[in-house]
Every structure is written in C-alpha cells, then in structure tokens.
Design a protein around this ligand. Structure first.
Ligand code: ZN
Length: 342
C-alpha cells in the first residue's frame, strides 16, 4: 500500500489578471509537502508539490494529476490538495466550481480549471481511498458536482472511498491572510491550511494513534471555532463516502496527553457524533439495537449537511440487511418513518 499526494497551490497571478497573488497559498502548498514527508505513514517520496511552472496552466496541473493517478494501485490512498482561488459561474453549462491556475484571469472562465476534471481523474484512479482537500473560495459549492443534472462519472454516482474536505468560504478572496494565532511558519499559511497542518504536525487529543479524515475534520473544526484571534469560517466535510475508517495520518500527540478511549455512546445524539468520526467499528454495536439505529438514522436524515445524510443512507443499507426479522425491522423503521412524517 502506498500513500500518494499531489499538492496544487498557484500563488502568483498576472498583474492585470484581476486575481490577487497570495504568498500564503505557496507557503501552504510547501508546508503540505514538508508535513507529509515528515509523517511516517507518508514519507519523503509520497507527496508531489507541483512547481510554479506546472501550476501556470490547466494543462500543467492536469498532466501531473493524471500521471499521479495512473500510478495508483487498488491498495493506495490518493490525496489531492488544492490551495488557491475558487470561482463559480452559475451561467456556465453544468455550473461547477473552478480552480485558478497561474494564468487564470478573473472574468475568463476558460482560463480556470473546472473541478469536474479534477474529480474525473480522481474517480478513475484505482486507489481505494481518494480524498480531496480544497482550500479555496466557493469550495462549499464543490458538491454542486453531484446535483442535478447528474453528469456521468462525477461524484453524483458515489464511488466507495471518495471524500471531499473543504474550507467553507463563500466570500471572495477574504481569508487568505495568515492566522496570527498559529506558531512559526504556519502563520504564513492560509488560515484553513495553517490550522489543518498544525493538527497534522502536533496531533490531537483523540486516543487513536492515527487520524482518519473524520477525526481530522473534527479537530480542524474545533480548533478553528476556538481560535482566539480570528473568527474563521468553519470547514466541513462536504461528502464522505470513505466509511471504512482508514487511517490517513499519524497522531503526533504524545499518548500521555491524549484523552482516554471513550465509552460506547448511549444517546442517539452521541452515536451521531461518534459515527461521523468514521468509527465504523462501532456501528456493529449500534446495529444490535434496532430502535436506536432508527433514531440515529432519523437524526442524520434531518441534519443540514450532506455528510450526515450520506451517512444516514449508509446506515440504512446496513440496517436493511441486519434487520431481516420483521419485528426488528418494524422497530427500526418506526423511528425513521416517524421522523420523516414530522
Ligand atoms: Zn486561527
């Protein structure tokens, strides 16, 4: 099994492009490379930070991405990190988020990289787990790819093992200046990447020795919510189909400083929190109780975010196979159905 990453971070744009150059973009991209190289699970050869010449054009980015994707095998983890500007034109056919490249111009959509191409390469890669971390404006709209009309071959047809983690930024180019509460070079990064990278470097208090994407997301969210110096937008997982709890990064916090392993959840709300952290090993426990499983699915169905509703669908599939006995299924469905009718 190999861990492979491609980091795309176009920091500089032409004077007359109408797009702001931000050193924080380049600093973040470099820091992803250094941080992954220093993580024992990844190592120095696992990550390719695209050079300044490569990030000039969509062709340069896509060639590098395609090459990395072609090298993946069915055991691999494939991570794509994009740091830069995002744009969204609702008047383009199948409007999609577009990523900037070095030669992009503000009002010329054809000079930008459609996220559809990035998704397509990722989807076709053989890796068993594919993760896109997007740190750009409009990244909250990335799931637009899955909305009607469904395009063939994008995340509308969910593939096992695909997830997207985004810095939610709905304001144009607002949040690129570094966060002063971050130590050392991390303060030169964009706030989302800076906080995320700090967690990759220092770890979290979670008892696990390794971090899943769910644990990482939760840690970044908590850290950004509590950040003393800035009011950040809260990142989110737009979509998580990587339900097997694959560990992605080393938890670098000393074991003595971490929390003890939590007990099994009791209330449905606690179950929701636990399962959203990719703790699928615990799902078996939940499935022993049909009524509670129903209550958890009902809560997730009612949540505003796609990740929760997607998880609801996943548990529902498992429940359908687990509760074949009619009375058990009735206990399950009664809870789900009641919530649907409210
Ligand atoms: Zn901050």
């Amino acid at each position: 099994m190999a861990f492979r990453a491609v980091v795309i971070g176009p920091a500089r744009y032409a004077e007359d492009s109408g797009i702001d150059s931000h050193p924080s973009i380049g600093a973040s991209a470099q820091m992803y490379g250094e941080t992954l190289a220093a993580d024992g699970m990844w190592g120095p050869d696992s990550c390719r930070v695209l050079g300044e010449d490569e990030v000039q054009t969509t062709d340069g980015v896509m060639r590098a991405l395609q090459q990395a994707a072609d090298e993946t095998t069915p055991q691999d983890i494939f991570l794509v990190v994009y740091v830069g500007h995002g744009q969204y034109w609702s008047d383009l056919p199948g409007a999609q988020v577009h990523f900037s490249v070095g030669r992009s111009f503000r009002d010329k959509p054809w000079t930008w990289l459609s996220s559809w191409y990035v998704y397509r390469v990722m989807r076709k890669a053989r890796a068993r787990l594919k993760v896109l971390i997007a740190d750009c404006c409009y990244s909250n709209l990335l799931p637009q790819l899955g909305e009607e009309p469904l395009l063939p071959g994008v995340l509308g047809e969910l593939d096992e093992g695909t997830c997207v983690f985004t810095a939610v930024k709905n304001l144009n180019f607002a949040d690129a200046a570094g966060c002063p509460s971050l130590p050392g070079d991390l303060a030169q990064c964009t706030p989302f990447s800076g906080h995320l990278l700090r967690i990759l470097q220092n770890g979290t208090k979670d008892h696990n020795h390794q971090l899943t994407i769910g644990l990482l997301r939760e840690a970044v969210k908590q850290e950004m919510e509590r950040c003393p110096t800035a009011r950040h937008q809260v990142p989110r997982m737009s979509l998580n189909d990587a339900r097997d709890g694959t560990p992605l990064f080393t938890n670098h916090m000393e074991p003595a400083r971490r929390d003890l392993a939590p007990r099994l959840p009791v209330a449905p709300e606690d179950w929701v929190r636990t399962l959203l952290l990719d703790r699928d090993d615990r799902l078996e426990e939940l499935l022993k109780d049909a009524q509670k499983t129903g209550a958890v699915v009902a809560l997730l169905n009612g949540a505003p975010d796609e990740a929760s509703r997607h998880l609801a669908g996943y548990i529902d599939d498992r429940a359908n196979s687990a509760f074949t006995e009619p009375r058990a299924f009735a206990r399950y469905w009664n809870q789900v159905d009641r919530a649907l009718r409210v």
